[in-house]
Design a protein around this ligand. Structure first.
Ligand SMILES: [Fe+2]
Ligand SMILES: [Fe+2]
Length: 192
């Protein structure tokens, strides 16, 4: 049986924390998508589904590295509090901002100190994707707050998600390849 090397113990703990965060974000965003549909904010629902798919990709990537390092995958799923769609968008934005500004930078610094390339790669991919989510959630909040009826938040729409790192875009063919992980754009998943 694989065992966790002493120098990887903290990295594995961090991977488990990130796995829990991503898995709970996936569950939460799917619940928020259902609420957004009920609120008639179908574009916001599309965004929640796209971000949920990206978080699932992050969770899978983190889990793979945990196993590579001899750890065991375990996830605690928390209770989900669903508010209004505007509240849910703000909750989602706050979660993304925490991951981008605090959690992933700390985890990347720790993995870098131990030269753990696989952990650095999965943390970095997730952090860069979370930046795209934060940008899109902030845009959606402004549109919902403005009350504009013809805003993209009101209509079902497509988002494009990198199947390797979860980079999320509202623009078809934004690049030839994923700007984070270099996967071909033609492989991106269309989520609506
Ligand atoms: Fe995210
Ligand atoms: Fe990517």
């Amino acid at each position: 049986m694989a065992e966790i090397a002493a120098e990887n113990a903290v990295t594995v703990q961090n991977l488990l924390s990130a796995l829990e965060g991503e898995s709970n974000a996936n569950a939460k965003y799917n619940a928020f998508a259902t609420k957004a549909e009920a609120d008639g904010l179908r574009g916001a629902a599309s965004l929640f589904r796209a971000a949920a798919r990206a978080e699932q990709i992050h969770a899978t990537n983190h889990a793979r590295v945990i196993v590579q390092l001899g750890g065991k995958v375990a996830i605690k799923i928390h209770e989900i509090e669903v508010g209004s769609t505007l509240e849910n968008l703000k909750t989602a934005l706050a979660g993304e901002q925490y991951e981008v500004a605090t959690m992933y930078p700390e985890f990347i610094a720790e993995a870098t100190a131990h030269n753990n390339a696989a952990a650095i790669r999965t943390f970095h991919g997730a952090m860069e994707a979370e930046k795209t989510h934060a940008r899109l959630y902030a845009e959606a909040i402004a549109l919902v707050e403005s009350g504009a009826k013809d805003a993209w938040t009101s209509k079902l729409r497509d988002f494009f998600v990198c199947p390797v790192c979860g980079y999320t875009s509202e623009t078809p063919n934004e690049h030839d390849r994923c700007p984070v992980c270099n996967a071909p754009w033609s492989k991106f998943e269309v989520i609506h």
